[in-house]
Design a protein. Structure first.
Length: 254
DNA sequence: AAAGCTGACAACCGCAAGATC
DNA sequence: GGATCTTGCGGTTGTCAGCTT
């Protein structure tokens, strides 16, 4: 039998589920103030809250914890997410470490909203035989997309950069773990690049994800910088030619 | 005006790893 | 050393508001 997820149902153990009330929030907040974070399974015992430890932790981490930023992500945060996802993949908690005040859940939702569904829709359209590139909503206000490299110019230039573990890094950010002190430059940290993410068209091709980006004259510069950097969990980083019809752009794939 | 669609968000689930008994 | 418990993570789904048709 299908169980309604969001309704105020109780589990077999008797835990309440569904949206939290302000009273429940208050009880949980008081508990954390007194006992600190952790010991989530004890929350119900001390507060009378009929919520599982898991549910309490999630509510605290994603909604009640002090210092959380509310509201829309800034363009810089969006850019950071996109770039980190390109290197880290779906490591939402790791990505969240670079965005103070933002939760992994929030970032995950953002990504799925802006890219996941577009991919699904793209696949759907592919089935229907009408593939069209989709311009990201946030980028539509930016200037028109400029062709970077012609199809003919890059047709036979597809190349792959193996990740390199011991490169001396000069720009970008550091991964937090000791064993991954890699340095990957963010777009805006490369001299000459805009502080905002370039115009982007998103589409999918099987299970890979790629973008068409307007790098202007600095495309090769960025590729060279990026290819010097270690990309954890990514086997390759490459440059190829857009395979979509009617598009003559260079793209990056992961 | 109503129905359908879409994006944003909150919250649950399963699983895995680490901690504790 | 094994069983159990706790915690954290990533994936998924339901709801709702706003937009489009």
């Amino acid at each position: 039998m299908m169980v309604t997820m969001m309704g105020s149902l109780s589990t077999e153990k008797g835990w309440k589920k569904g949206p939290w009330t302000s009273e429940e929030d208050k009880l949980l907040t008081e508990y954390v103030c007194l006992h600190g974070e952790g010991r989530w399974s004890s929350v119900s015992k001390y507060t009378g809250l009929n919520r599982s430890g898991k549910s309490c932790r999630l509510r605290w981490v994603n909604y009640l914890r002090p210092g959380l930023k509310k509201g829309q992500l800034t363009p810089l945060e969006e850019e950071t997410i996109i770039e980190l996802h390109a290197t880290l993949g779906n490591k939402w908690s790791t990505i969240a470490k670079y965005l103070p005040g933002r939760t992994d859940n929030e970032i995950k939702n953002y990504w799925r909203t802006h890219f996941g569904k577009k991919r699904e829709r793209s696949k759907h359209e592919k089935k229907l035989g009408r593939r069209k590139p989709k311009v990201l909503k946030q980028k539509q206000q930016q200037p028109h997309i400029v062709s970077i490299t012609s199809r003919e110019e890059t047709k036979n230039q597809t190349k792959t950069f193996e990740t390199q573990n011991n490169m001396q890094q000069e720009m970008g950010f550091l991964y937090p773990t000791i064993e991954h002190q890699y340095h990957v430059p963010l777009m805006h940290e490369i001299e000459g690049f805009s502080s905002t993410w370039p115009n982007t068209i998103v589409d999918d091709d099987d299970d890979s994800w790629f973008s068409l980006w307007d790098f202007g004259e600095r495309f090769e510069d960025y590729v060279n910088q990026f290819s010097k950097c270690v990309m954890p969990n990514q086997a390759t980083f490459g440059v190829g030619v857009d395979s979509m019809q009617n598009h003559d752009k260079t793209f990056l794939f992961y």
